[in-house]
Design a binder for this molecule. Structure first.
Ligand SMILES: NC(=O)c1ccc[n+]([C@@H]2O[C@H](COP(=O)([O-])OP(=O)(O)OC[C@H]3O[C@@H](n4cnc5c(N)ncnc54)[C@H](OP(=O)(O)O)[C@@H]3O)[C@@H](O)[C@H]2O)c1
Length: 336
């Protein structure tokens, strides 16, 4: 199975390592994954016979200095147009415009290539269009890692609750804010807690989308489209971040309660109500046990009622695992 990769940052790097580490296991289930092309922001390297993965990571770590095959200036779009693959893995940064991921994914779908992505941007901007294009071209578009990394969000409902109806969800879907709130609960100021989060690797230096609740809202948009079948957009989510959360934290302390940035979707008669906001929750609530950068989701199904899942989020390797699992799902359709 030929894999083309766009983006070799934290997740891309971990994915290549995982494919290398799991080669024997993958072969044992009938999957011979060959990474045949990798693009980053400055160029592309391709080998139709598949790379030596350790060697390709070494080349990237020294900015492709002694990699003769790396073609500076050959963009991901150029590469998608000329490399034949079974699956395009799109791992460029998530942006509000959806680009460059949107153009990359559309190009691959038009070429009737399966797509796996961890990039929220394209799905938030045009979920309906992308899903329609994938169906029309008879290929898969899988995106488990876009929401809360390896927490099973889409595959859980797809495999266990097909015959049920989802009435609502509630979740902690942003690792950075959960970490920052935890630090503030033990007395750090917002600024100190954010600095801690950046130093500990939970937050990027540009952390506004996280602390203003926008990252969580974007995840809700994908969930609403994918699991509730509603074509909602980012503007439909009511969002409040955690910049002014001090008074809530004081109130929670008095009640021995916790504060969490909760994402909610409630299905009412006519539409979905979608909110992201900090909430005081009782110490006995399962969400109170979700600490550090961990994430959790509670589903309310009409027949099965409440299902709570949580995941210990350590970093990009787990996101890469979710991406690999999607690749395996696509490969298994044909060989396993
Ligand atoms: N980190 C996580 O655990 C996590 C969790 C869930 C979802 N995600 C999502 O997964 C995606 C990747 O995350 P990451 O942490 O790996 O990001 P990252 O470390 O910033 O890596 C981004 C990669 O994309 C490349 N890139 C940027 N612009 C490009 C362009 N125009 N054409 C081709 N390549 C381009 C970069 O190239 P250079 O190497 O040349 O800079 C880099 O290799 C993002 O959409 C992120 O939101 C990440």
């Amino acid at each position: 199975m030929r894999v083309q990769l766009v983006g070799l940052g934290h997740v891309g790097n971990s994915l290549v390592q995982l494919i290398d580490e799991k080669e024997e296991f993958l072969k044992s289930i009938g999957l011979d994954l060959q990474v045949v092309s990798i693009s980053d922001s400055k160029g592309t390297v391709s080998d139709e016979n598949g790379f030596n993965l350790k060697e390709i990571l070494r080349c990237k770590s020294i900015q492709w200095k002694d990699c003769a095959k790396y073609e500076k200036g050959v963009s991901a779009l150029d590469a998608i147009g000329r490399v034949k693959c079974d699956v395009l893995v799109e791992l460029t940064p998530s942006t509000l415009s959806g680009e460059p991921g949107l153009a990359n994914i559309n190009a691959a779908l038009r070429m009737k290539e399966n797509v796996v992505t961890a990039n929220k941007g394209p799905l938030v901007v045009d979920f309906e269009g992308l899903v329609r294009r994938a169906k029309k071209n008879g290929v898969k578009l899988l995106y488990e890692a876009t929401v809360a990394a390896h927490l099973p969000v889409f595959c859980l409902t797809e495999s266990c609750f097909k015959a049920d109806r989802l009435d609502g969800i509630m979740g902690i879907l942003n690792a950075t804010t959960n970490y920052v709130l935890g630090e503030m609960e033990i007395g750090r100021s917002f600024e100190q807690a954010v600095d801690d989060a950046v130093r500990a690797g939970w937050a990027e230096s540009n952390y506004s989308d996280d602390v203003d609740g926008v990252d969580s809202a974007r995840k809700l948009v994908i969930i609403a489209n994918a699991l509730f079948g509603e074509a909602v957009k980012l503007k439909d989510v009511k969002v409040e971040g955690i910049r002014h959360v001090e008074p809530l934290l004081r109130a929670a302390r008095e009640e021995n309660a916790r504060v969490k940035l909760l994402c909610k979707i409630i299905r009412n008669e006519t539409k979905l109500e979608m909110t992201v906001s900090p909430k005081v929750i009782a110490a006995s609530d399962p969400f109170a046990t979700v600490n550090q950068g961990n994430m959790a989701l509670q589903y309310t199904f009409r027949t099965s009622h409440e299902i709570f899942v949580s995941a210990n989020f350590i970093g990009p390797r787990q996101t890469a695992y979710a991406v690999l699992n999607d690749i395996v799902k696509i490969g298994c359709k044909t060989v396993c």
